[in-house]
Design a protein. Structure first.
Length: 338
């Protein structure tokens, strides 16, 4: 049953912020990288509510950077003119976690404190929430699949969810108990891929599978501590290993092709592919964004503007620059590499 939430009457008024560091509004970027520069963290934008804990970050169809504020139960927006707005999720204790641009133009997000999936309109800023069938569900990651549906991980019920844009959910239980499925992505081979943080496995499921069909699971090295998974420019799946300080590469057939050290990184987690074909990785502990060049395995970390920022999720903006959440300092960071 859909639960509709009207526009939050007391929404925080949008405000133009003075960015820390060298202000580089989103509009200053270019969709195609120009001459090579020394990469650097160029700006930071504060969430309007104190201690809101920005977590998931995603690009919207409106060109804005949208983010969840887990601790304050809000959804934030950073526009192309560097204006920050916030909108409250009405369900108490929803704990919005991850967010993605859906096939219908809405931003969809997981509510890790409830058994619900939410969505927000980019223009009217209205919310809908869709309760999931299993009361144990606590959705974590979310992505748009190749079939035009939303796919989410559900560590609470130890399953993968397919959610249609009308809110109807289909459940796919995992074979491994207490696997802790977290990050999820649409893969290059028409499958949906995800990591099982507690089981040191990577999973895959084919859209169109019958309800209840267990996903296929592929092991990685013991103690890897899997973080985020994304499709790479080479047609493989790449993922961070937060405990072993590595980046893994898995072929679409499930073969673990490589696990490469990311030293001097300390706790690599967030992961995205830049417009230059290289990886950009967030380090939670060292407060850095690292550039990983696939062709040479070269890792170069760059410090954030604010120390001890708690870098978490990393994504590519509409301007091809990298944006990242800084949980510990209540900010969204911006990183330039061209």
């Amino acid at each position: 049953m859909k639960r509709t939430l009207g526009l939050f009457a007391g929404a925080i008024t949008a405000a133009i912020l003075s960015a820390c560091g060298n202000p580089t509004p989103i509009t200053s970027g270019s969709p195609s990288p120009g001459p090579t520069i020394t990469p650097f963290a160029s700006s930071e934008y504060s969430a309007l509510t104190a201690a809101s804990q920005p977590t998931g970050v995603s690009k919207g169809i409106d060109g804005s950077v949208w983010f969840t504020e887990t601790a304050s139960n809000r959804i934030g927006k950073l526009t192309t003119s560097a204006v920050v707005s916030e909108y409250a999720v009405v369900t108490p204790g929803a704990l919005p976690l991850m967010i993605t641009s859906g096939p219908d133009g809405f931003l969809w997000f997981t509510e890790s404190g409830t058994n619900q999936i939410g969505k927000i309109n980019t223009t009217e800023t209205t919310f809908d929430e869709y309760p999931l069938p299993n009361p144990l569900s606590r959705p974590w990651g979310i992505t748009t699949g190749p079939d035009g549906a939303l796919w989410a991980t559900d560590p609470g019920a130890n399953e993968i969810l397919r959610v249609q844009t009308n809110g109807i959910a289909t459940m796919y239980p995992l074979t491994t108990p207490n696997a802790d499925p977290t990050a999820i992505t649409s893969g290059p081979n028409g499958q949906v891929w995800f990591v099982e943080a507690a089981a040191n496995k990577v999973g895959a499921i084919t859209p169109g599978a019958a309800a209840g069909t267990p996903p296929t699971e592929y092991p990685v090295s013991a103690g890897a501590g899997l973080g985020v998974i994304v499709p790479g420019p080479d047609g493989a799946l790449w993922f961070t290993e937060t405990t072993s300080d590595k980046i893994g590469r898995m072929l679409p057939n499930g073969t673990l092709a490589s696990e490469t050290t990311l030293a001097p990184m300390v706790k690599p987690f967030g992961l995205t592919v830049g417009a230059d074909g290289n990886f950009y990785i967030g380090d939670e502990t060292a407060s850095t964004i690292a550039q990983y060049i696939i062709s040479t395995n070269k890792v170069t970390p760059y410090k954030t503007i604010t120390p001890n920022a708690g870098v978490y999720w990393v994504t590519l903006g509409a301007d091809s620059e990298v944006y990242f959440s800084e949980q510990a300092v209540n900010k969204i960071g911006q990183f330039r590499y061209f």
